[in-house]
Design a protein around this ligand. Structure first.
Ligand code: ATP
Ligand code: MG
Length: 351
């Protein structure tokens, strides 16, 4: 197949890990006889430096007409003044909104060879395989904000349509997995959560083959640590999802390992590792590219429909995590390029 992929390497370690993901996509293209055309654009701090804007119009236009977007990371100390008129993160929020990618998917698995890096004990980590589905374009992050000298407000608003579409996506995804959805809210206190819960209950009727449970977010924060293996698909609103997915990421041992996909209507999606720009290690060639490479696997699966290819990339990453080389964040001393080459070699061997 032919596909057009926009790359947005961004700031910090973004360019290093994105290059590794592209190398793996190139290896996939060669093996399976696909043609991937890349178009690279600026986003974040590097875009502010070059154009004054965190998401230049040509970058946005390219993303809107591409089959998929692969992003590195945005931000860094150079642009971190919260009172600056433009900030790198605005570019990413604007891109998510413009692409309408309301469902943020973050899979969490704990590789058996890496359990020693996790704060939880081995027995708790066995069979952990959770897919978080976080609502990404609504709630408190996008509501009206006010500020006077002594008072501030952030409006948290959800419409039924906004809840419905992300919850349906969660149920659909559960059908391809272990047929269980855990919906997380704070329905004992928040009106938006009561709307969320009643909407989830109504939609669940269309999926009698999927088991549904509700959890309050405070208790979910605890359950993720005490029984992480009991969850399959976890769906929640924007703010709760932001917090719970960072908590979940800590269970995997390193931020550098985890991918994400942001999806809307249709096949187009935005794919990025969950880590940030990691300014402390940027430019040193030591960043772990696994999160970016697994994001490319999600791109193959969700935007291009290439399930077999996605599985091959995931298997190659598994092989490297088990046999090495390993990057510094997971206890090794290999650099980004060595990991990239090892994943490509494992792909060559197994395809
Ligand atoms: P942001 O504000 O952009 O989300 P953050 O505060 O979440 O950033 P990160 O940039 O993700 O922070 O980095 C947190 C820590 O994890 C840093 O010490 C960084 O070096 C480390 N880290 C992040 N990504 C990687 C990676 N790919 N490989 C190795 N270490 C990483
Ligand atoms: Mg962060």
């Amino acid at each position: 197949m032919k596909a057009r992929i926009v790359t947005l390497p961004g700031d910090g370690v973004g360019p290093e890990v994105t290059a590794a993901a592209v190398a793996v996509l190139d290896a996939v293209a060669a093996h399976y006889d696909h043609t991937f055309d890349y178009e690279q654009h600026l986003i974040g701090g590097c875009a502010i430096d070059a154009t004054g804007e965190p998401l230049p119009a040509d970058a946005l236009a390219a993303c809107k007409s591409a089959d998929a977007v692969l992003l590195g990371a945005v931000g860094g100390p150079k642009w971190s003044d919260p009172s600056a008129p433009v900030r790198p993160e605005q570019g990413l929020l604007a891109l998510r909104a413009a692409l309408g990618v309301y469902a943020n998917l973050r899979p969490l698995q704990v590789h058996p060879a890496l359990t020693a890096l996790s704060p939880l004990k081995d027995d708790k980590l066995r069979n952990v395989d959770v897919l978080f589905v976080r609502e990404l374009t609504g709630g408190a992050y996008f509501g009206a904000k006010t500020r006077t000298v002594d008072t501030a407000t952030d409006e948290c608003k959800y419409t039924v349509v906004e809840v419905e579409r992300v919850v349906r996506r969660a149920f659909e995804l559960a059908r391809g997995r272990r047929h269980k959805v855990t919906s997380v809210d704070k329905a004992n206190v928040l009106e938006t959560s009561r709307l969320w819960r009643s909407t989830v209950q109504r939609i669940a009727a269309d999926y009698p083959d999927v088991k549904l449970e509700h959890q309050l977010v405070d208790s979910m924060a605890m359950l993720l640590l005490t029984q992480p293996a009991s969850y399959d698909v976890v769906v929640t609103e924007n703010l709760f999802g932001d917090i719970l997915t960072d908590e979940a990421a800590a269970l995997a041992g390193s931020l550098g390992l985890l991918p994400s996909a942001s999806l809307g209507e249709g096949a187009r999606g935005l794919y990025e590792p969950i880590h940030g720009s990691a300014p402390d290690i940027a430019g040193k060639g030591v960043a772990n590219p696994v999160g970016a490479i697994l994001s490319a696997a999600m791109l193959l699966r969700h935007s291009l429909g290439l399930e077999e290819e996605a599985g091959a990339v995931e298997a190659a990453v598994e092989h490297v995590l088990e046999h090495g080389p390993r990057s510094r964040d997971i206890g090794g001393d290999a650099g980004t390029a060595a990991i990239r080459e090892a994943v490509v070699a494992a792909l060559d061997e197994h395809v």
